[in-house]
Write a protein that binds this ligand. Sequence first.
Ligand code: ATP
Ligand code: MG
Length: 422
Amino acid sequence: MSTSLRAVRGMNDLLPADGPLWSHFEATVRDWLDGYGYREMRTPIVEHTGLFKRAIGEVTDIVEKEMYTFVDELNGESLTLRPEGTASCVRAAIEHNLLFDGGKRLWYSGPMFRHERPQKGRYRQFHQVGVEALGFAGPDLDLEHLLMTARLWKRLGLGEHIRLEINSLGSAESRASHRQKLIAYFEAHQDQLDEDAKRRLHSNPLRILDTKNPAMQALVEAAPRLMDQLDDTALAHFAAVKQGLEDAGIPYRVNPRLVRGLDYYNLTVFEWVTDKLGSQGTVCAGGRYDGLVAQLGGKPAPACGFAMGVERLLVMLSEAGLVPAPDGPDAYVVNVGEAASRFALKAAETLRDGGLKVVLHGGGGSFKSQMKKADASLARFALIIGDDEAAAGQVSLKPLRAEGEQRKLDLPGALAVLKTAN
Ligand code: ATP
Ligand code: MG
């Protein structure tokens, strides 16, 4: 029996047809981040498992059931494919003492890995663009992140379809007191808890609020609210964030049930959500995590950040028809005959020296079949070379996208035409 080789379930190939969309997105993102003074970082895809356990929290969906963890058989270490980028970014900032002279604005992008049930907008390897501002305390940075994300949606043409939800998780003390109230409340309603909730009741009751189980919605809706436990500092911070959003004209909704799936957050948390992607509606999420740097062994430093799900945004772009048209080369070089093929190589390189995009036909074939390829390549011109042209040091230039005569030119002449015509 022959078995065909396939990619791992939930892990996607990016095919050439997807290229223009990804490139467009990535170029837009780079330019946008540049405009806010963020600098790129790249960290390894694999980290010690302990990093994610410490940063994300033992009793979270990610650490409990979504991580790709394995033992490095050469030395027995437990390693994990990164499920998100903040932990690695903070680990690297501490390891390389990046905060020695003050706060840093950082970003990264790349694949993340979570063992989830694959569906549209939910994969086992997916991509995030993450932004972290390390070493800044004020609500001004929270606001910068909200304003900049709003700008990105607008630039991508998605502004109409994505809306903002915010919440405040307050201080560690507020969460501790809220936690006691939640435990008491859920204990009083034991019979209505599902298995997940029972398990989390004493370890991470806040996460029960994040349940997607419809049967528990009413119970969760009526639970004590963290918002009612916030201290003055947290309230002032949250008020400043809301005021800033109003000043900037960015609509938002306060969602008291927004708790985020990772333990490191405090104060402001937010999600950008859409109705266009079914239950995979969160396209970007983040908030403040003032305790994480110290928790991972660094000198205490406040911080905030967010990550966006690239695939989800790309689905939105393609469903909204916001996919850029594929871009063809300036010229496709057709060549038949041995002398022609030698001259074609030289012609193509000469035109590239002149800054043009040139595809040289490979693999032989008749003029007719090569011209078909030239057309399919979306090239603006076919550059045709037979043995006669080669002997004369000339090429025949034929426009493929516009009306016009085929012309015989030497290489400098062809270069000049290709550079001016469009
Ligand atoms: P969800 O509630 O959808 O599971 P999450 O809270 O686990 O999301 P985060 O850890 O905050 O997600 O990651 C930030 C963003 O990354 C999400 O808002 C989403 O856009 C994207 N994302 C998360 N998990 C996946 C996945 N398995 N496949 C594709 N994108 C994902
Ligand atoms: Mg998740």
